[in-house]
Design a protein around this ligand. Sequence first.
Ligand SMILES: Cc1cc2nc3c(=O)[nH]c(=O)nc-3n(C[C@H](O)[C@H](O)[C@H](O)COP(=O)(O)O)c2cc1C
Length: 207
Amino acid sequence: MEQLIKNPSTDKLVDEPIVTKYLQERWSPRSFSKEPIAPTDLRRIFEAGATAMSSFNEQPWNIILTHKGDPTYEKLFHCLSEYNQEWVHFAPVLGAVIAKKYFTKSRKENRHRFYDSGAFMAYASLQASELGYQIHQMAGFSPGKLMMDLKIPHVYEAATMFVIGKPDSPEKLPVNLRKQEQEEQTRKEVSSFIFADKWGDPYHFDE
Ligand SMILES: Cc1cc2nc3c(=O)[nH]c(=O)nc-3n(C[C@H](O)[C@H](O)[C@H](O)COP(=O)(O)O)c2cc1C
């Protein structure tokens, strides 16, 4: 029998690795409850992100975090594509990931700035999921407008935007988004992208 382990957040005993559970529970909803997010939860979400690995430990990620009603929320909201504006207004928190383009020490270009910022957001997303929230990231926005309207220095670059909130009923969404909300997001079979000796030859996991 598998050993039960204690989930540090809930004190419940679980019989599978906690990370697997939250990998399975993470998703990108479009319908969110208006409920504000406790500051302690927001801190925990981003502290989890901050444990991510990064090239030369540069930690190139920077985050703009706004709450619905803030003047900066409005500025960010207007950087989003029309499609994303249709549902983003449901979520209580809107943010942007801004990556530093250069390594602080060597001043050389950091080619891994988006890659590392993605790891940050992946970890933050898992922590959010553990706390009962979900993060939905977005590429559908104008990075140029965001950089200009928020007066961000050009040593930085806008990577993605995101919302955080508690998922709510799909019934709240406009009809065109409702169906999408309930569709299962499929994943590629691992053997279709893991190769062995020759490019395109699937790696065989001998179990
Ligand atoms: C970098 C990035 C950009 C994305 N851009 C958008 C977007 O602009 N609009 C949107 O509705 N979803 C966006 N998504 C969400 C993806 O569509 C979603 O993650 C994918 O369909 C897998 O679904 P899941 O996150 O529920 O597993 C984005 C996700 C990522 C990671």
